[in-house]
Design a protein around this ligand. Structure first.
Ligand code: RP5
Length: 173
């Protein structure tokens, strides 16, 4: 049974939204992944959101670009926590998506991450699930330790190689 629902307005959002799926895979969290537009398929969007809790979902990650109403519409139909991902657009660089998602009027919250912040959306979803799951909490702590170790490694390499060589090496990667 999927604990997380990942939903997006278009398959053109997939290059961003796949990062959320990759993080959930890393944590061994089951998810459902769906393309369903709030304006092109309003009825199906409502059915999805109304049925999400009944399907065992605990949190929904919704990504959209432009006049990005999908996360807000989903949140209107369910009391599950909804995390919105503003997808970067070519016309307004995703500021349109960000404002559309973050500026939810009082009463229907959508937790908004950064533009294209799909990885953080998934991490937040895992944190929500971890409230009642010690194993997931341990995995989150381990993830934090690994990211800290990566920064230390980079700092050490920078000191060993010197700035010029380090930048050259980075450019070659
Ligand atoms: C939104 O419109 C989608 O979330 C997507 O980011 C944007 C463009 O959709 P397409 O025209 O690529 O299908 O609904």
């Amino acid at each position: 049974m999927p604990a997380v629902g990942i939903i997006m307005g278009s398959d053109s959002d997939l290059p961003v939204m796949k990062e959320a799926a990759q993080i959930l895979d890393e944590f061994g969290v089951e998810y459902d992944i769906t393309v369903c537009s709030a304006h092109r398929l309003p009825e199906e969007t409502a059915v999805y959101a109304r049925g999400a809790a009944g399907q065992g979902m605990k949190v929904i990650i919704a990504g959209a670009g432009g006049a990005a109403h999908l996360p807000g519409v989903i949140a209107a139909y369910t009391v599950l926590p909804v995390i919105g991902i503003p997808v970067k657009t070519s016309t307004l660089s995703g500021v349109d998506s960000l404002y559309s998602i973050v500026q939810m009027p009082k009463g229907i919250p959508v937790a908004t991450v950064a533009i294209n912040g799909a990885a953080n959306a998934a991490l937040l979803a895992v944190e929500i699930l971890a409230i009642n799951d010690q194993e997931l909490r341990d995995k989150l702590l381990d993830y934090r330790l690994r990211t800290a170790a990566e920064v230390r490694q980079k700092d050490q390499r920078l000191k060993e190689m010197g700035l010029k060589k380090y930048l050259q090496h980075k450019g070659e990667q």
